[in-house]
Ligand binder design. Structure first.
Ligand code: CTP
Length: 429
């Protein structure tokens, strides 16, 4: 069995999370785990409490060759669900009971499997198994539609003998088929296809990077924004089908390369806060969603010297006179047309969640935007890093999204929230 599995996954040793929920078919999950281990992959089993009533924890540990911590309360210091979710190349839930499918569809996360799935951007494969009536129930059908719509790969169920002498659709698919589907989900092309194009036909404008306010021909006042979060947002929106304009100020080189290399993103480069304002106001006129991820200077020098400022002229102390720049986000929020969603960002140097929420809510009220993405930053955290922690606040200050993960994951959650605001607005009209 070695070669097909390896080549389907591009020959890499994969980290695979195998979620097991509580159905009689749980014993067949052992076969999937064993197959993955034989192929050389690193397998972490996350059973639900009910699964452990069917198959014992030592079996999963022995077969996976990794420790199994079934509870969110184990290994707390390691934030296990986030670590597992991030490390996973693919997650497969085998068997997936009606209950577990419902939980995944609705983002419920009251156990390690739920939190791991929510923390992960990896492809998700589910292998349902249940009685035919449960599979055909309206709630299950609706939940499966939701999952398929999000690009979740569904394997089976097969039609055949079920527990208790019944027969019909609901039998777990063949373990080898589940294993093959799990590995195929990792192939990048297959992964792209599975992504939802829920922003098709929409126009999205994103600002990124940090403005620089010139002092003289060689100096400026700037900030440490790399542009990574804004570029991740622009690229995610393009992947989801939107027409995207990225208004970018001084992106880091590697981030700029990513933006330039993405055909789905039109790049408009600007330097100062005033230039950014002009570009984004023009682009926003036709936009459905505007995301102000750029770090825009709040002040600029009153005067810009035509010639380099010389120490001989300024002496031991130099006092700069600064003037406020226009608040672009507040302006966009005040002038937005019906249906347009305006999203702001707030980087704050506090780490306490309540304090962060409090600052965010005050800023939200000041700016008047539909969503505010709040994230803690410091000397060593936030800027330039591929990872981030964000809380997304709705217009009423409620937390509508939360991510501790990559900036790409944060981007997807912000876009999901923007779409939810649009949908709610459409319903209200
Ligand atoms: N922003 C803007 N125009 C400015 C300054 C900021 O549009 N002149 C936008 C940023 O792009 C971001 C949001 O406003 O989306 C938050 O910026 P921030 O500087 O944190 O907000 P301020 O109102 O300037 O609050 P603070 O006093 O914390 O700096």
């Amino acid at each position: 069995m070695g070669d097909p599995g390896r080549s389907a996954a591009g020959g890499r040793r994969l980290t695979v999370v195998v979620g097991v929920s509580g159905g009689i078919a749980a014993y067949k999950a052992v076969q999937v785990v064993r197959g993955l281990v034989v192929l050389g992959h690193d397998v972490h089993v996350v059973p639900t409490e009910a699964a452990l009533r069917f198959v014992g924890l030592p079996t999963f540990e022995a077969i996976s060759r990794n420790p199994v911590h079934p509870s969110v309360w184990d290994d707390v210091a390691q934030v296990r669900h986030v670590a597992l979710g991030r490390a996973a190349d693919v997650i497969v839930v085998v068997p997936a009971t009606a209950h577990t499918l419902a939980k995944i569809a609705h983002g419920l996360s009251d156990d390690l499997l739920g939190t791991t799935i929510l923390s992960s951007a990896a492809p998700l494969v589910v292998a349902p198994a249940m009685h035919s009536e449960m599979w055909a129930a309206a709630a299950t059908v609706a939940n499966m539609d939701l999952l398929r719509g999000r690009g979740v790969v569904v394997v089976g169920p097969d039609d055949g003998p079920l527990t208790g002498g019944d027969s019909g659709p609901g039998r777990l698919a063949d373990p080898d088929e589940i294993l093959a589907a799990t590995l195929a989900a990792v192939v990048p092309a297959a992964r792209e296809e599975a992504r939802v194009r829920d922003l098709a036909g929409r126009v999205v404008v994103v600002t990124a990077g940090g403005t620089r306010e010139p002092l003289d021909p060689v100096r400026f006042l700037g900030n440490r924004s790399s542009g990574r979060q804004g570029v991740a947002l622009a690229r995610a929106a393009a992947r989801r089908g939107a027409t995207v304009t990225l208004v970018a100020a001084h992106l880091d080189d590697d981030v700029r390369r990513d933006a330039v290399g993405d055909d789905g993103v039109s790049l408009v480069e600007v330097g100062s806060a005033l230039e950014l304002r002009e570009a984004v106001v023009a682009a926003a006129a036709g936009a459905d969603v505007v995301v102000m991820a750029a770090a825009v200077a709040d002040y600029r020098p009153v005067e810009v010297s035509e010639a380099k400022i010389k120490k001989d002229d300024t002496g031991d102390e130099l006092v700069l006179r600064l003037v406020r720049t226009p608040d672009v986000l507040a302006e966009l929020s005040a002038t937005r047309r019906p249906g347009q969603v305006v999203v702001g960002f707030a980087s704050e140097t506090v780490t306490d969640r309540d304090e962060l929420l409090e600052l965010g809510r005050r800023k939200l009220a000041r700016k008047g935007c539909d969503l505010l993405v709040v994230n803690p930053v410091g000397w060593a955290t936030g800027f330039g890093s591929p990872d981030t922690v964000v809380l997304v606040l709705g217009a009423d200050g409620a937390v509508v999204g939360e991510v501790a993960g990559t900036k790409q994951q944060a981007a997807e959650v912000v876009l999901d929230a923007a779409l939810a605001v649009r949908a709610a607005g459409a319903l209200a009209r």
